[in-house]
Design a binder for this molecule. Structure first.
Ligand code: IMP
Ligand code: MG
Length: 181
């Protein structure tokens, strides 16, 4: 439970997210056209809402798998150390893999996961991130498809949490503290 009181300012509406997800899925479908070996890999837990909407707009045969990596030392700052808490259930050698991430911040998580998965010999390894905060990057990594670039704000909603809360908001908002720390 976060201790400082805060409010959430609306940033990206559910409607804008839905339109963007549809457009991303169209591009992804076109890119992987003809494949019968696509595995969409969601990074838990933040991507669970995004991946659910995204796969329903992808017009290809698709399998879904999940991987959980932890990067957050505390609620708001990256620990820079990435641990795999839950690995994929399936093999990805020779498969087309699309990694789905909620948000790229420092880049430590995605870069670690991509190295790990690349070593397993996928046919193609691509990434789709709903949000990107390019100004925060410490490791040079970028997604092949990005939903929205956002400024350096701490955001919640549509699967994304602050200390495990607010994942259930249908829109994306930014956290604003109402009292000094
Ligand atoms: P990175 O390793 O610094 O790129 O961090 C990526 C992960 O940190 C994301 O998958 C999120 O889980 C978390 N994260 C980064 N920025 C935010 C934010 O603004 N709100 C909530 N979680 C965030
Ligand atoms: Mg995450």
């Amino acid at each position: 439970m976060p201790e400082r009181p805060y409010v959430i300012d609306r940033m990206i509406s559910a409607k804008s997210i839905a339109a963007r997800v549809e457009a991303l899925a169209r591009e992804i479908t076109r890119y992987f056209e003809g494949t019968d070996k696509l595995v969409v890999v969601g990074l838990l837990r933040g991507s669970f809402v995004f991946i659910a909407d995204l796969v329903r707009e992808i017009d290809l045969p698709v399998e879904v798998d999940f991987l959980e990596a932890s990067s957050y030392g505390d609620a708001m700052h990256s620990s820079r150390e990435v641990r795999i808490l839950k690995d994929l259930r399936g093999e990805i050698a020779g498969r087309d893999v699309l990694v789905v991430e909620d948000i790229i911040d420092t880049g430590f998580t995605l870069s670690h996961v991509l190295h790990l998965l690349q070593a397993r010999g996928p046919a193609r390894l691509k990434t789709c991130a709903l949000l990107d905060k390019p100004s925060r990057r410490e490791v040079p990594v970028r997604a092949d498809w990005t939903g929205f670039e956002i400024p350096d704000e701490f955001v919640v909603g549509y699967g994304i949490d602050f200390a495990q809360r607010n994942r259930n908001l249908p829109y994306i908002g930014k956290v604003r503290f109402t009292e000094e720390a």
